[in-house]
Design a protein. Structure first.
Length: 400
C-alpha cells in the first residue's frame, strides 16, 4: 500500500513550522499531494520531489497565504492556516467553497486558532488570521470532532507560548502520525491519538526525517475488492490495527480475514450476508470507506442499513450504483441496500474520491464492461489504483 494521503497532507503543512529542511518518505504521488506541494511553493518554501522522498525547506515564508485557485481544488489546503499563523504571525487563506460530499466549513479550525489568541476576520472570500505577538497556549474543546481541525490547531499549538490542551480531539491514526512528526521536529506533545492532546509550546522546531503511515483507506478499499470478487487477496504494507472496524464488519458479512504478518492482511470470501454499518469518527467505521462498503452490500444476501453520520451528502455513488442494477433506497442520512442484485456494467460518473472507488469495485463485480467517467477524482487519493488492481487479476485500464 502507499503512504496515507490524509497523513501526508498535514505532514507537508507541518514543514512550514521550521526554517530547516524536513524529509518525508512514503508521500504518495497523488493529485492532492501535488496541490499541497504547489501551495507550499506558493508560500515560498522549496519543495524537492525525489523518487522515494519529498524534502521541504521553508527557510523564509514570503507569502503566508493560500490562494483560492489552490484551495478550491482541495479543501485540505486549510491545513496551512495553523502553521502559517504560528510561524509568521499571520496567514491569509481562501475560504473553501462547497463540496460534493457536504458543506465542510472550517469554523472549528478558526475557533481553535482564536482560542490561541489569533485575530481572525473574513474578507473578500479569505480568512485573515493575525497573531503579531505570537500565539498563547490555552485549553480548547472542539464542539464537534474534526480531523483536519485537530491537526490545524495542534500545529498552531506547538509554537504557542505555554500549554495547550485540546479536548474532544480527533483520534484518527493520521493525527497521531502528525504528532509523531512534530515530536521529531522538537515539539512537546502528549496524548495524540486519544481525545485529549496536551502540548507544551516550544520556541522553535527543527528539521527531521519521517515516514508516513500506510494508507488505511486504500488498504480498506482493497479488502473490499477481495470480498466483492469472492477472491483470496493479500494486502501488504498495511496496519491492521487501523482497520479494525472494517475488519469486524467484513467478518460479520462472512469474509475470512487473517494477518499473515504484522503488516499484512489476507481476505478470503465466498458467500456474503448483509450487515449494517454506521460511519463514525475513528475508531468507528470510517466515512471514507462507506461508499466502497455500499458497493459490497449490493452483493450480500439481505438488507443492509448504511448510516452516514459524518457528512450530510455522501451518497452520490448510490445513484450510480443503482444504474448498474443495485437496489438502494435513500432516506436522509440512511441508505437501505437490498442484495444480492446482479450488477451489470454501465457508463457511470464519479462524483468524489471515495465514490469513484466504489464504482471501480462495483465494476469488478459487474457483468460486462463498466466505464467510469471523471476518473480524475480517483487520482486525487489513490496511487495507480488500476495498476495495483490489474496486478491481482482485475481487467481494468485507463482509457484517457
Ligand atoms: N466540520 C465543521 N466545521 C469545521 C470542520 C468540520 O462543521 O470547522 C464538520 C464537517 O462538515 C463534517 C464533520 O465536521 O461534517 C467532520 O469533518 P472533518 O473536519 O473531520 O473532516 P476533514 O478534516 O475536512 C478529513 C479527511 C476526509 C475524511 C474526514 C472524516 C483529510 C485531508 N481529509 O476531512 O477525507 O472524510 O476527515 O474522516 O484528512 C477523503 O480522503 O476522501 C476525505 C474526504
Amino acid at each position: 500500500m502507499s503512504g496515507a494521503k490524509n497523513s501526508a497532507l498535514p505532514a507537508l503543512a507541518a514543514c512550514l513550522l521550521t526554517s530547516e529542511p524536513v524529509t518525508l518518505r512514503r508521500i504518495p504521488p497523488v493529485r492532492d499531494i501535488a496541490t499541497m506541494q504547489k501551495l507550499l511553493g506558493h508560500t515560498g518554501a522549496k519543495v524537492a520531489v525525489a523518487d522515494d522522498y519529498v524534502q521541504v525547506e521553508a527557510a523564509k515564508l514570503k507569502r503566508p497565504e493560500a490562494p483560492y485557485d489552490l484551495v478550491k481544488t482541495m479543501r485540505a489546503s486549510s491545513l496551512v492556516l495553523g502553521p502559517l499563523v504560528a510561524r509568521s504571525g499571520r496567514a491569509r487563506v481562501s475560504l473553501p467553497g462547497g463540496c460534493a460530499i457536504g458543506a465542510r466549513p472550517i469554523n472549528l479550525h478558526l475557533a481553535g486558532l482564536e482560542r490561541l489568541g489569533a485575530e481572525v476576520r473574513q474578507e473578500h472570500g479569505y480568512i485573515e488570521a493575525d497573531a503579531p505577538n505570537g500565539l498563547q497556549g490555552a485549553p480548547f474543546t472542539f464542539d464537534r470532532i474534526s480531523v483536519t481541525g485537530t491537526e490545524d490547531v495542534l500545529m498552531a499549538a506547538v509554537l504557542a507560548r505555554g500549554e495547550t490542551i485540546i479536548n474532544n480531539a480527533a483520534r484518527e491514526p493520521e493525527v497521531a502520525d502528525l504528532a509523531a512528526l512534530l515530536i521529531k521536529m522538537g515539539a512537546a506533545i502528549e496524548g495524540a491519538g486519544t481525545s485529549t492532546i496536551r502540548v507544551q509550546g516550544v520556541e522553535k522546531l527543527h528539521g527531521t526525517e519521517h515516514s508516513i503511515i500506510p494508507d488505511r483507506i486504500e488498504a480498506g478499499t482493497f479488502l473490499v475488492a477481495g470480498a466483492i470478487t469472492r477472491g483470496d487477496l493479500v494486502i501488504q504494507n498495511c496496519m491492521p490495527d487501523h482497520l479494525r472496524a472494517l475488519i469486524e464488519k467484513l467478518t460479520q458479512a462472512g469474509a475470512r480475514i487473517t494477518a499473515p504478518s504484522p503488516d499484512s492482511l489476507r481476505i478470503r470470501a465466498k458467500k456474503l450476508k448483509s450487515v449494517d454499518v454506521k460511519t463514525e469518527e475513528h475508531p468507528g467505521f470510517a466515512t471514507d470507506l462507506q461508499a466502497q462498503f455500499m458497493a459490497l452490500m449490493t452483493q450480500a444476501e439481505g438488507i443492509s442499513l448504511i448510516t452516514e453520520t459524518i457528512f450530510e451528502n455522501r451518497f452520490m455513488h448510490a445513484l450510480e450504483l443503482a444504474r448498474m442494477g443495485a437496489n438502494i433506497r435513500l432516506d436522509g442520512r440512511q441508505a437501505i441496500v437490498a442484495g444480492v442484485t446482479p450488477l451489470s456494467g454501465a457508463q457511470v460518473i464519479a462524483s468524489d474520491l471515495r465514490a469513484s472507488a466504489s464504482l471501480v469495485l462495483a465494476g469488478l463485480a459487474a457483468s460486462g464492461e463498466t466505464v467510469i467517467d471523471r476518473v480524475y477524482h480517483i487520482d486525487r487519493g489513490y496511487e495507480k489504483i488500476e495498476a495495483k488492481l490489474k496486478g491481482v487479476g482485475a481487467r481494468i485500464r485507463r482509457v484517457k
